[in-house]
Design a protein around this ligand. Structure first.
Ligand SMILES: NC(=O)c1ccc[n+]([C@@H]2O[C@H](COP(=O)([O-])OP(=O)(O)OC[C@H]3O[C@@H](n4cnc5c(N)ncnc54)[C@H](OP(=O)(O)O)[C@@H]3O)[C@@H](O)[C@H]2O)c1
Length: 262
């Protein structure tokens, strides 16, 4: 039996992808998972009873490499040895050149940078193809990742910036959430109430942004001259919030470059 797709590494991301693919209507019979940890295999077997979960890479046409970065090259070689002619790696920071060397010639390699909201089907991924990847290969990769969110196509050189923005970005927003919760408590709210209000604030604002699509315009819409929001924004402007985010993303992009080189 040759599987359409094997997911190599059934950890957080591998399981999220598998769940998304099944929820999106992929037939469990065309999918398999290769997972090194016996405990994790047992859990995957419970969560996905119709999927072949094993400790080796089953014969396959394509593979997703969802192991930790140091294991990505070996996992790629194993997938190709089992027949994969297309490889999609989500291992952070592992360059296409490394993956291609591990895959050998004639195998299409696509590298992706997803982010943590993929765990709940709301990820933002960007993909880049190597020289061996034709547009059909990029479409193949996008069709996999769209199971857990949106997919953008970029050049590989842009993946450091993608990592710094949407890859690390959830942590920036979680920090914003923590800070707002603390600020709500300092302003007199009970912690559970501040937490609930902050969470729905982020969900609702994101939904409005999706619906209207222009953050600056929405900000102006909720800011009456001389009102409460204007008073709050004045402090954020004076304390340099935009500069702080600009420096944070630039620092994360530099770190991504450094990690990629090492
Ligand atoms: N989590 C995120 O939000 C996120 C975002 C962007 C990119 N990524 C990338 O996604 C990849 C997976 O992340 P994760 O959070 O899902 O990691 P994880 O939960 O640690 O999952 C990796 C799994 O793969 C197994 N494994 C390791 N080597 C293997 C091999 N050769 N064959 C089969 N299975 C193997 C590991 O088993 P052992 O534990 O026994 O080694 C582990 O269960 C990473 O490269 C990460 O950089 C993750």
């Amino acid at each position: 039996m040759t599987y359409e797709l094997v997911i190599v590494g059934g950890g957080n991301m591998g399981a999220a992808l598998l769940g998304g693919l099944l929820a999106g209507g992929r037939d469990a019979a065309v999918l398999a998972v290769c997972e090194a940890s016996a405990d994790r295999r047992a859990q995957l077997g419970e969560d996905f009873p119709a999927v072949d979960v094993r400790d080796d890479v089953a014969p396959c046409a394509g593979a997703v490499i969802a192991v930790k970065p140091p294991d990505a090259a070996a996992a790629t070689t194993a997938a190709v040895a089992s027949g994969a002619r297309r490889v999609l790696s989500i291992a952070a920071g592992v360059p296409i050149s490394t993956l291609q060397a591990a895959a050998g010639p004639g195998v299409a390699v696509v590298r992706a940078m997803p982010n943590t909201p993929a765990l709940v089907g709301q990820g933002a991924s960007a993909i880049a193809g190597g020289a061996s990847a034709a547009s059909a290969d990029l479409e193949w990769a996008a069709a996999i990742l769209v199971a857990v969110g949106t997919v953008e196509r970029v050049e590989e050189a842009q993946l450091d910036a993608v990592t710094a923005l949407s890859g690390s970005g959830p942590a920036y927003l979680f920090l914003v959430a923590e800070a707002l919760e603390d600020a709500g408590v300092a302003a007199g709210l009970a912690r559970p109430l501040a937490t609930r209000l902050t969470t729905q604030l982020l969900v609702g604002s994101a939904a409005l942004l999706v619906a209207r699509g222009d953050a600056a315009e929405l900000r102006r819409m909720v800011t009456s001259p001389g009102g409460t929001t204007a008073a709050g924004l004045e402090v954020l402007g004076r304390r340099g919030l935009r500069d702080a985010f600009a420096e944070a993303v630039a620092a994360a992009a530099r770190r991504s470059q450094e990690l990629g080189r090492s």
